[in-house]
Design a protein around this ligand. Structure first.
Ligand SMILES: [Zn+2]
Length: 206
């Protein structure tokens, strides 16, 4: 189980949502939820285990546009959606994982994001327009979107003031789009560029 306090906090939050309660009812009793700060967020069907990092939320962005912020608990809801999907039908889970939609997202991820959004509508999370990624950022708690880094709290709302850096980042991304990378690789690259961007902002605001 790992961090019991963080798990209890996330569970209490999810129980406030009818959609999350419906989702939780679909999970098998034998599901293990491993809560570990600094660990990965994923669902492993072989061991029927969800791994969750309760210390980092996500700042969603795509092509320089920030869509919003997710608390760590949102990742738990997302992985629960995969676990429920796998339990319901492992074959559908498998085949949906290889079907891509027009945006290049696989159908299983698309479905997990829809579940996330239904729960989020009840709990006040940012609407996530598809399986867009982002940068993981440490939050003050497992259910919060407030970053532990005060510089980021101050700078996130003023994103527009950093447009020059955004356009530099865009150039990187259009270059990345021309290269024959897998989608996953492109996202990893995006994350690296975004991290460089925030490092730059750190330098500028020192
Ligand atoms: Zn997923």
């Amino acid at each position: 189980m790992g961090d019991v306090a963080a798990f209890e906090e996330m569970k209490a939050e999810l129980l406030k949502s009818g959609e999350a309660r419906k989702l939780m009812a679909k999970l098998g009793k034998d599901l293990t939820i491993n809560v570990k700060a600094g660990g990965p967020n994923n669902f492993n069907p072989n061991t029927n285990t969800i791994n969750i990092d309760p210390s980092r939320g996500v700042r969603f962005s795509r092509e320089g546009v920030v869509y919003g912020y997710a608390p760590p608990v949102e990742a738990l809801a997302h992985e629960m959606a995969h676990a429920a999907s796998y339990r319901e039908n492992p074959y559908t889970w498998e085949s949906r994982g290889t079907q891509m939609n027009v945006s290049g997202w696989n159908a299983e991820e698309e479905e997990a994001v829809e579940v996330e959004n239904r729960i989020g509508a009840e709990l006040g999370w940012t609407y996530r327009p598809g399986y867009i990624g982002g940068v993981g950022i440490a939050t003050t708690s497992a259910t919060s979107t407030e970053f532990t880094n005060e510089m980021l709290n101050e700078w996130m709302p003023k994103y527009g003031e950093a447009m020059e850096l955004v356009s530099a980042m865009e150039n990187w991304k259009s270059l990345a789009a021309m290269l024959p990378f897998e989608q996953e690789t492109t996202w990893l690259l995006e994350e690296k560029i975004e991290n460089a961007y925030w490092k730059k902002i750190g330098e500028l605001t020192r």
